[in-house]
Design a protein around this ligand. Structure first.
Ligand code: GLN
Length: 247
């Protein structure tokens, strides 16, 4: 099966090797006989809802976020319709912030968001940096952990009743106080976790790949891979996060 991926603003939002997440999707799909076709979606590129099985957007500095925010906000309807139609989505850090209702910068400027996720972000005085460990809230595997690296000034406040990606075991997460990290809407996942995220979280990669394949018309389980290196990378990352002692 061909999995159609829309990579939003690859030349603007790609810090901490976020592009590596695409490489993981490509390799894990190929290991099961599927092929990923990645379309770069940048300023003014048309985006037809449903024309992609998976949408991906990485993180970036405030400067780059300001460059793409109006274009992304204008795609809000298309992205919400796509996700409601079953398109999977992964958004990291700066991309995650701008898929909420918006981002208030330290200078007070407001970047309108695409309003897919029920949250808003306010940049704080200090940056929240370091290894992070979550207890995943994804229903399939209670208690499974997700490990990564965060570096953000933004404090993201979820609306009451919004679904987080997980509970913070170590690290700051969305805002350093709520104890939650990320947000989920259907098959769309937003998170502050860089690294890149997916090489050390193979289950999360497969969770998203499964939903992208369902949208592409190939429902069903993915045969498990050995994932020895991935589990080792996860264990090392989780160990570093735990050694931070909660913050
Ligand atoms: N510029 C945003 C912030 O500082 C996002 C940073 C990022 O993507 N790592 O919060």
């Amino acid at each position: 099966m061909i999995v159609r991926v829309g990579h939003l603003y690859p030349e603007y939002l790609n810090i901490y090797a976020d592009r590596g997440n695409i490489a993981v999707f490509t390799r894990r799909a190929a290991a099961r006989g599927h092929e990923l076709r990645v379309d770069p979606v940048t300023l003014d590129t048309p985006l037809e809802p449903g024309s992609h099985d998976l949408l991906y957007v990485g993180g970036g500095q405030d400067r780059e976020q300001a460059m793409i925010a109006p274009d992304l906000a204008a795609r809000g309807d298309a992205i919400r319709v796509a996700v409601a139609g079953g398109t999977a989505l992964l958004a990291v850090c700066g991309g995650y912030q701008l898929l909420g209702r918006g981002y208030r910068g330290r200078d007070g400027s407001w970047l309108e968001g695409a309003a897919l996720f029920p949250h808003e972000t306010l940049a704080g005085e200090t940056r929240m940096i370091g290894d992070v460990l979550l207890e995943s809230a994804l229903d399939e595997a209670p208690g499974r952990t997700i490990a990564g690296f965060e570096n953000h000034a933004g404090r993201t406040v979820l609306d009451p009743g919004a679904e987080p990606l997980g509970r913070v075991v170590a690290g700051y997460g969305n805002d350093g106080t709520s104890g939650f990290e990320g947000c989920r809407v259907g098959s769309a996942i937003g998170t502050y976790l860089h690294g890149p995220l997916l090489p050390r979280n193979p289950e999360l990669a497969d969770w998203l790949l499964c939903r992208a394949l369902e949208h592409a018309g190939a429902p069903g389980e993915l045969e498990p891979l050995s994932d020895e290196l991935e589990r080792l990378a996860h264990a090392v990352s989780a160990g570093r996060a735990r050694s931070r002692g909660g913050r």
